[in-house]
Design a protein around this ligand. Structure first.
Ligand SMILES: [Zn+2]
Length: 330
């Protein structure tokens, strides 16, 4: 008898139902990894459903790519504990920040290289941010990234850069991602967050109150139904691509649409696009995990009635070819 491993928050939870409350299990049988999911008892995209366990407590699943998989390459569990400011308050707070914080010349130059005009930068609301930024008019301190006074920001002194405001499908601001100017190691893009302390009972997080997911970037030039929709990686790239080519673009941080799948479903229900086109980054074909995520996304979209087309401009596995926005470096 093989060992059963409890799928909890520590190891990333159940890949079938995404819950991490420890009710689902994984084990090995003669054909590799077997997942026992307590929530799901039927077909789930990306998995083979093998029927119920004896007694019907679990649904039995295998990954449908037939290969052993490393755990944890997608879907970080949302943080259920954090304070998530509701949409109207978020929009008001972010608009106020945009009005109060100007864009630094260094950041303006960076966005100019991404082919945005000063007017477009202004329209979208890019703003510069550093540890020293102070708002004259305070905003709601429960906005992720704000200090408890609503005037200072919870960012490290080394994390100066610009805020990329993020819009939801309704055109309201739902958050910002920080692009750091100078990165030693680690990620150049950071989600804003306010950690709990003696003055703050719980973390304030970037996850939305509506879906408990990280927001997707919506750069929608025309909200009419039945138009093509592009999907890209990141929070900046959808904006640059949309302005440059006059397209509707939705972006996910790290290309991870799977962790914001409820948000994506809601947006598709509203837009009802004629076709969904993935503008895969140069180099994505060589990354096994990214590929697997896109494959799962394609299966889910198929279930919703959309074929996922992949835009191919010869970028393939060649990192020297441009990404969809024509600008390669991050
Ligand atoms: Zn499960």
């Amino acid at each position: 008898m093989s060992k059963f491993i409890i799928l909890n928050k520590r190891n990333g939870g159940c890949p079938v139902c995404n819950s991490s409350d420890g009710r689902c299990r994984t084990t090995e049988d003669e054909r590799g990894e077997l997942i026992l999911c307590m929530d799901s008892h039927g077909d789930v995209p990306g998995f083979y459903y093998l029927g119920e366990s004896h007694g019907g407590l679990w649904g039995k699943y295998k990954f449908d790519d037939g290969k052993e998989r490393e755990r944890r390459e997608y879907e970080p569990t949302p943080e259920p504990q954090g304070v998530k400011l509701p949409a109207p308050e978020r929009d008001a707070a972010i608009r106020s920040i945009i009005q109060q914080l100007p864009l630094h010349d260094i950041d303006r130059d960076d966005i100019t290289r991404r082919k945005l005009t000063p007017q477009q930068m202004n329209d979208w609301g890019f703003y510069s941010l550093s540890k020293d930024s102070v708002l004259e008019t305070p905003v709601n301190p429960d906005l992720a990234g704000m200090a408890i006074d609503g005037r200072h920001f919870c960012i490290k002194p080394t994390d100066a850069g610009y805020g990329i405001p993020i819009k939801d499908i309704y055109g309201d601001y739902v958050g910002s991602q920080l692009r750091i100017r100078k990165v030693k190691d680690g990620n150049r893009y950071k989600w804003l967050k306010s950690r709990k302390n003696h003055r703050r009972e719980r973390d304030a997080v970037s996850h939305t109150a509506e879906f408990n997911e990280l927001p997707l970037q919506h750069a929608i030039v025309n909200p009419s139904q039945g138009l093509p929709l592009f999907l890209t990686e990141g929070m900046g790239k959808p904006v640059y691509t949309s302005f440059r080519f006059d397209l509707n673009v939705i972006g996910a941080s790290g290309g991870n649409f799977l962790s914001s799948i409820k948000t994506l479903k809601n947006s598709l229900d509203i837009l009802k696009p004629s076709v969904v086109i993935l503008g895969a980054d140069a180099g994505s074909r060589v990354n096994k995990n990214v590929l697997r995520n896109y494959r799962r996304l394609a299966l889910i979209l198929k279930e919703w009635g959309y074929d996922l087309l992949v835009a191919d401009w010869g970028q393939g596995s060649d990192k020297s070819k441009p990404d969809i926005d024509g600008y390669n470096t991050n």
